[in-house]
Ligand binder design. Sequence first.
Ligand SMILES: [Zn+2]
Length: 179
Amino acid sequence: MSGRRTGLPNLIDPLRLCELGAELVGEYPLAQMPRLASLLVKANEGVSVRLAFSIDLAGTHVLSGQLDTEVELVCQRCLEVFVYPLASTFKLVFVTNERRAAEIADDLEPFHVTAEPVSLQSLVEDELLLSVPQVPRHEFAVCPAQRVVQQSENAAEQHNDDRQNPFAGLADLMKRNKE
Ligand SMILES: [Zn+2]
């Protein structure tokens, strides 16, 4: 049986969803994710969530997920707010004990489950947190701090020109030769 539905449940039984081959599609408001929201300027967007639960040929319970949103962060170079496309593609393997975790391939992320239901929203929040840059910054070329550096360089050149010293160019040349 395979079920696809829109809308995300709060608590899930991940092993059962894998057995069902369930696909879940929906959206969570970022405002409902306090750990993530605390890192953002504003948390008024939603995160688009697509999840596919399955059991692979080795009998492993797998969750493949794709998360997409845009968040506002503060650039640590210029301290201005900028929009960062926050996306995560992940693959989790549900494991029920440590030994099973040691057996799974290195490129897969183990997620320990017990008899207790799992908070799906918290799982999604964890994956998003892994994708938030530790030191958020604009792309260098578009960062206003970079423009300030360029402006002060231009201003310095302008200042040199204003002096109208006919030997300024020569002095620069000699200085450059010494270096
Ligand atoms: Zn910046």
